[in-house]
Design a protein around this ligand. Structure first.
Ligand SMILES: Nc1ncnc2c1ncn2[C@@H]1O[C@H](COP(=O)(O)OP(=O)(O)OP(=O)(O)O)[C@@H](O)[C@H]1O
Ligand SMILES: [Mg+2]
Length: 289
């Protein structure tokens, strides 16, 4: 069975997209023995460094094995880089040898995106045609590796870019981490509408969108009431698990050169991250393949 493709996305920055991507990939890889791939689509490169470590990331950049090279080759009409060659095997600093692989990003991705759009516009392409082209190239790469994995996560950048939209369109499921406060809820409502419209137009609505409360502060009545309101409105589309704002989650982001257990890495938050993975498996089982 081909992998399920899950895009982790929100227009809003700093809501825990990369943290959620890495945590889920690690618990699925370790506790559910899933073959998992993380694709970092964000030129900030947070997920790449969190799950691959700074040294591996430097080496991947040096070897020209980051995602920007894949798209650059197409855009410059050079020999295409096989998508599979970008994959770095068995990343993560966890013990237990989970099957977690990475396609890393580099800051140059921003420039590649701009140059690509510029060159297409000069050649008279309309923005819709450029979007279609990006989606097709991305899908072409993904097809090469889909059968090697159970779950593929795409960690998207904040905001909306042609690449983030391509990830949205390609996904079987969309996961939207959000901080349960008023401003975030407003952003979520408009983002969800836009995302669902895009999915309907391009995929015939055959993917599902899930919302996860992150950086949740149980002591704040605002967080409690906003998360309850989301749960009430979204029903099954809302994760029951809420990821607390906790220093152990922030600390887990730092790479350890010495492999560590899941319990050591996530500290007091280990049971929550594991529970999130369990719920993810249950929820995704309901989503269409
Ligand atoms: N539950 C949490 N508790 C404490 N800190 C957290 C939690 N989740 C994320 N953080 C911290 O908040 C910051 C932003 O998290 P993260 O990078 O995952 O967000 P993001 O949505 O991917 O951001 P961006 O939009 O910039 O890509 C990081 O420093 C991260 O360590
Ligand atoms: Mg991020």
């Amino acid at each position: 069975m081909p992998a399920r493709l899950v895009s982790v996305i929100n227009m809003k920055g700093g809501v825990g997209k990369s943290t959620t991507t890495v945590g889920l990939a690690e618990t699925l890889g370790l506790h559910h023995r899933q073959r998992t791939l993380v694709i970092d689509l964000d030129p900030q490169t947070n997920a790449s460094i969190m799950i691959g470590g700074p040294e591996r990331w430097d080496a991947l950049r040096e070897d020209e094995r980051t995602l920007d090279f894949y798209f650059e080759a197409f855009a410059l009409q050079q020999q295409p880089v096989p998508f599979r060659s970008l994959i770095s095997k068995k990343v993560t600093d966890l013990v237990g040898a989970p099957d977690i692989d990475l396609v890393a990003a580099a800051p140059e991705f921003r420039i590649v995106e701009r140059d690509m759009i510029e060159s297409f516009v000069k050649r008279g392409f309309h923005i819709d045609a450029i979007q279609k082209w990006i989606c097709e190239r991305f899908a072409q790469g993904l097809r090469m590796v889909m059968s090697d994995y159970d779950t593929i996560f795409i960690d998207c950048p904040p905001g909306i870019s042609l690449f983030a939209e391509a990830a949205l369109i390609a996904a079987d499921a969309i996961l939207v981490p959000t901080i349960p406060d008023y401003v975030s809820r407003l952003g979520l409502i408009s983002f969800r509408k836009r995302a669902l419209r895009l999915i309907n137009e391009r995929r015939g609505g055959d993917s599902r969108l899930f919302v996860l409360a992150t950086k949740y502060d149980e002591a704040m009545s605002l967080h409690r009431s906003e998360a309850d309101l989301l749960a009430e409105n979204l029903g099954e589309a809302m994760f029951v698990t809420r990821v607390p704002q906790h220093v152990d989650i922030a600390r887990a982001a730092e790479w350890s050169d010495t492999p560590r257990t899941f319990e050591r890495k996530y500290g007091a938050m280990a049971p929550i991250v594991k529970r999130l993975g369990d719920e993810f498996i249950d929820k995704l089982a309901l989503a269409p393949a």
